[in-house]
Ligand binder design. Structure first.
Ligand code: ADP
Length: 447
């Protein structure tokens, strides 16, 4: 097993990894930017190294600085967390060639899955349903028009290098197709340096359901059931839960089996998430694989009792999975609310600044994964999530009641947060009945 791990990240996920390391008897090494010198991950790690100025491009994204810190600290492995360099196959490669195990999939699997069009072809090859669409990248407008006629409108144009909703455009009619194609190509070229796009049928009112998988390097793969992440604003997840409400048992088994087939076909090891959209008939379609740990992993941990970060570390150290699929039982219901330093009354405008007072909720079934404390200054340079409030209860109804109680207890003074907004969502009949889809927040709350 590793003796020392460097965490190439910040915020709550850095803390989460430091916690797992400490429980496993592994030394942890933090890296931080000048803006994060007072951060909790710096205080709780065994060692910490400054890797540059505030801007992430000058610090958390600086591969040479991170590798230098790993060399000075003499670590065995590097955990990338999520965001920053987590899905950068070049960084993955550089870690390995510098003698550090990368806690994640191989660079090859990461690179192939990171290209959505290639991932889509891999899904087809593994007999995983995909949204009807183009067979490959779009070559010219004429071909796009023909393919779109075959798919039927509305069609969705997607960037093969896409992420975070960028390079995605809906064309409602043929008249809109060419200009939407150009917009998607231009946006993707600017954001990812790759203007390749493909077409998919635009599925109306879908739910977003994803399956958590963990695979070792010996061919063993288990899934940890599904999460529903349909509470989204502008394709950004706000609330996640496990298991999914209103997914018939037969579909649930099929979607989890499909995710395992996808991961097996990709020759993938470590933790990964296979994302799907599910239509009104409960038919599901693959959309992408996230080749890393995700923000919402705790809800899967709660319903299965599996510590995903420890499992990631163990399989990266070549250990076989400690459980089989039969060992992974799902019980109870977990919900996570992302607490962001944003003002819902001002269109979710980021609201960084000093937290003058903080009271964090507790009690049965409540978990708060967060790096903030009273007096902490939320820097403006990074994403606005200041914590994840997670509850776990025997039933969904109880989980909603516990979450509302925990949101009431959470007191953050000095900055605006999304806590009250979450409470409104949790009371909404559509959410209570579990009938919401990805359009719910925009339809009901954004006027
Ligand atoms: P990104 O990587 O940019 O986040 P995804 O492929 O993960 O893009 O899709 C993000 C969201 O976009 C999904 O959760 C879903 O809400 C919506 N979406 C993706 N593909 C489709 C589709 N074919 N039809 C309708 N909505 C879609």
């Amino acid at each position: 097993m590793f003796k020392k791990i460097l965490i190439a990240n910040r915020g709550e996920i850095a803390l989460r990894i430091i916690r797992a390391c400490r429980e496993m008897g592994i030394q942890s090494v933090a890296v931080f930017s000048e803006a994060d010198a007072d951060s909790m991950h710096v205080q709780l790690a065994d060692e910490a190294y400054c890797v540059g100025p505030a801007r992430s491009i000058d610090s958390y994204l600086k591969i040479d600085q991170i590798i230098a810190a790993a060399e000075v600290a003499d670590v065995d492995a590097i955990h990338p967390g999520y965001g920053f360099l987590a899905e950068n196959s070049h960084f993955n490669e550089v870690c390995r060639s510098s003698g550090f195990e990368f806690i994640g999939p191989s660079p090859d699997a990461m690179e192939k899955l990171g290209d959505k069009n290639t991932a889509r072809a891999m899904a087809i090859a593994s007999d995983v349903p995909v949204v009807p669409g183009s067979d490959g990248l779009i070559e010219d407008d004429k071909q796009a028009i023909e393919i779109a006629r075959g798919i039927g409108y509305p069609v969705l144009i997607k960037a093969t290098a896409g992420g975070g909703g960028k390079g995605m455009r809906v064309a409602e009619t043929e008249d809109m197709l060419v200009s939407a194609l150009n917009q998607a190509r231009t946006e993707a070229q600017a954001a990812f340096g790759n203007g390749g796009v493909y077409l998919e049928r635009y599925v109306g009112n879908p739910r977003h359901i994803e399956v958590q998988v963990i695979a070792d390097k010996h061919g063993n793969i288990v899934h940890l059931y599904e999460r529903d992440c349909s509470v989204q604003r502008r394709h950004q997840k706000l609330i996640e839960e496990a298991p999914s409400p209103n997914l018939p048992e037969a579909q649930r088994k099929e979607i989890c089996d499909a995710a395992v087939r996808m991961i097996r076909g990709a020759d993938y090891s470590n933790a990964g998430t296979v994302e799907f959209i599910v239509d009104e008939k409960d038919d599901f379609f693959f959309i992408e694989v996230n080749a890393r740990i995700q923000v919402e992993h705790p809800v899967s941990e709660m319903i299965t009792g599996v510590d995903l970060i420890k499992a990631q570390i163990s399989v990266a150290a070549n250990e076989p999975l400690s459980m089989t699929q039969d060992d992974v039982q799902c019980s109870g219901h977990a919900i996570e609310c992302r607490i962001n330093a944003e003002n819902p009354e001002r269109n979710f405008q980021p609201n960084p600044g000093r937290i003058t007072k903080l009271y964090t909720p507790g009690g049965l079934g409540v978990r708060f994964d967060s790096h903030v404390y009273g007096g902490y200054n939320v820097p403006p340079h990074y994403d606005s999530m200041i914590g994840k409030l997670i509850v776990y209860m025997p039933t969904r109804e109880q989980a909603i009641a516990t979450m509302r109680r925990a949101l009431y207890e959470l007191k953050v003074e000095g900055i605006a947060t999304t806590a009250k907004f979450h409470d409104q969502v949790l009371q909404h009949p559509e959410f209570v009945e579990g009938k919401h889809n990805t359009k719910f927040v925009e339809r009901e709350f954004m006027d």
